[in-house]
Design a protein around this ligand. Structure first.
Ligand code: ATP
Ligand code: MG
Length: 559
């Protein structure tokens, strides 16, 4: 991946030191998503980190599905995760599943039992939780803690053989109920779950806990640096304890970094699932969702997402990143490459009375003001055009330089027109503006030197193509939807996060628009065709407006 320059961060420094000290032959990382939902922009950070290290150090990175909880997981999610990683521009060295190692994990568990390092506890989950103690009080030993090795082995075998109901027994590590780190207070390693698994079917009715599967999976794969988010910091002692007490083939090192948090959205899969299930969005790939699929459908580019993560960087400091930064990254990516077009979203008809009815004119204009290599396009000018409703005012306020009674305005790439008369509907709303044009002002020039400040975009009425345009905005209207928790976070949903405009008029060339091209609709924003768009029913999504309109608002809404 050539998003130069190479990043510098504390994890890469550790790796550099390890290489210098000759500790590893090759650097091996992994990305371990649970297939229980779509990837979101937070996962992008972990992907960028793990796959970026693989690419820059010539190492390996496994995509390992953490499929230890069959209740919530599915192949549908796994396939989408693969697609999203590839779209971001990364490729895994190998694909694995925690479930590939279920036999080995079982052997490891038996090994612990045989070494009196694990036991079967027959208490309920509630009892086990009650005995766990707190941050200030030690835990209590389970009455089953001193079961003999043989009894433990046969109970564990019986658990595996399906002789018990869910919750009747669990396997726990035998570490220390007095440990100051709660994760070391005889953590549960295996639980009974009579539930078919998407890959192993009915073979298993006991499943390893994340903490038991994760580090051992790392060790089996020869992962050198197991990079995870800060909430696992307190689990590291258990991670190391298991690696130390099991006959694993390698010794991975866990290193934590801070999660990506973004304002004006939520990121946990649990909440995203809820937004989908309750119908607040149209699906996981709704363009308002912070999912990779949603951002892709909206029109974000892989480069912009990688640049975003690169500019956030990797640290151990928890923080919340401004949505404005993500939006800036896509603007910066698109500004130099998006072809410019004219599109009128809320059309108002303009009739140019002194332009002959039978005449049309082709105007060749560059598709990008600074990049001639992007090419040219042809606009058609004619007697009837559409302009934006907001580019006309009956009673223009001070500083308004667009069309108003008696006033002149420049039509972008065409002529200066003057407003002569306004045709109104029964409610007095303007429905048609009658103008004259000045034939001396082709290309918007005024040879007599007179000042015409305003420039507006337009499309020829009979040549325009129709489209639906969806104006997407932030999903939540407050910076921290989970904030004070005074209200349900759903109350903070932005009621204007989607506006569908059905009768938009686009310049002719967009009739054959390439569905992969992101356009700048001049003066309006950047747009991308929706996945549901068809040539005879065009649908464009707004990726982002041209300018940040939220900075000022957020000053009010965040406190
Ligand atoms: P969520 O809490 O959103 O459900 P998760 O951590 O349960 O996320 P996983 O599928 O288990 O989701 O995550 C796979 C990997 O992605 C993990 O290594 C995890 O640390 C990392 N990851 C998840 N969310 C973020 C985030 N916001 N920032 C950085 N890394 C993340
Ligand atoms: Mg998880």
């Amino acid at each position: 991946m050539s998003d130069s320059p190479k990043p510098v961060n504390f994890i890469r420094q550790i790796i550099d030191d390890d290489i210098k000290a000759g500790r590893h032959q090759a650097i091996v990382t992994r990305f371990p998503p649970e297939p229980n939902g779509y990837l979101h922009i937070g996962h992008c950070k972990a992907i960028w980190l793990n796959f970026g290290i693989k690419d820059d150090y010539g190492g390996r990175c496994t995509l390992r599905f953490d499929d230890t909880n069959p209740l919530r997981e599915s192949q549908k999610y796994a396939s989408r995760i693969e697609e999203d990683i590839r779209w971001l521009g990364y490729e895994w060295s190998s694909l694995a599943h925690a479930s590939d190692y279920f036999d080995q994990f079982y052997e490891y568990a038996v090994h612990l039992i045989k070494n009196a390092l694990a036991y079967v506890d027959s208490q309920s989950g509630d009892e086990i939780r009650r005995q766990r103690g707190t941050l200030t009080e030690p835990g209590m030993n389970s009455p089953y803690r001193d079961r003999g090795i043989e009894e433990n082995l046969s109970l564990f075998q019986a658990m595996r053989d399906g002789e018990f109901e869910d919750g009747e027994h669990v396997l726990r590590a035998k570490i220390d109920m007095q440990a100051s780190n709660i994760n070391l207070r005889d953590p549960v390693l295996y639980r009974i779950r009579h539930h078919a698994h998407q890959r192993t079917g009915d073979k298993w009715c006991i499943y390893p806990m994340y903490d038991f599967a994760h580090g051992q999976g790392d060790a089996i794969e020869g992962v050198t640096h197991s990079l995870c988010t800060l909430e696992f910091e307190d689990h590291r002692a258990l991670y190391d304890w298991l690696i130390e007490h099991l006959p694993v083939p390698s010794t991975p090192r866990q290193i934590e970094f801070s999660r990506l948090n973004l304002n004006y959205t939520v990121m946990s899969k649990r909440l995203l699932t809820q937004l989908v299930d309750l119908g607040h969005v149209a699906g996981w790939d709704d363009p308002r969702m912070p999912t990779i699929s949603g951002l892709r459908r909206r029109g974000y580019t892989p480069e912009s997402l990688r640049n975003f993560i690169a500019s956030v960087g990797i640290t151990r400091k928890p923080n919340v990143i401004e949505m404005g930064l993500l939006e800036k990254c896509i603007r910066d990516d698109l500004d130099p490459k998006a072809p410019r077009v004219m599109a009128v979203l809320r059309p108002l008809k303009v009739v140019i009375e002194n332009y002959p009815e039978s005449e049309t004119e082709l105007i060749e204009v560059p598709s990008h003001p600074q990049r001639p290599e992007i090419g040219c396009r042809q606009l058609t000018f004619s007697r009837e055009i559409f302009i934006e409703r907001s580019d006309y005012e009956d009673d223009p306020p001070k500083g308004y330089f667009r069309l108003a009674p008696g006033r002149e305005v420049r039509l972008r790439h065409a002529y200066v027109i003057r407003c002569k008369e306004v045709v109104r509907d029964a409610r007095g709303e303007p429905v048609e503006i009658r103008c004259d044009y000045d034939p001396e002002t082709a290309g918007g020039q005024t040879p007599d030197g007179r000042k015409v400040k305003g420039i507006i975009h337009w499309v020829s009425a009979s040549h325009a193509v129709n489209a639906e345009v969806r104006l997407y905005d932030r999903l939540f209207s407050v910076a921290d939807p989970l904030g004070a928790r005074k209200h349900d976070y759903l109350d903070a949903l932005n009621p204007d996060s989607l506006q569908c405009l059905k009768d938009c008029k686009l310049e002719m060339g967009l009739g054959q628009a390439d569905p992969q091209t992101r356009y700048q609709f001049e003066r309006v924003g950047y747009f991308f065709q929706d996945s549901a768009s068809r040539q005879d029913a065009l649908v464009f999504n707004r990726i982002v407006s041209l300018r940040d309109t939220w900075t000022r608002k957020s000053q009010y809404s965040s406190n």
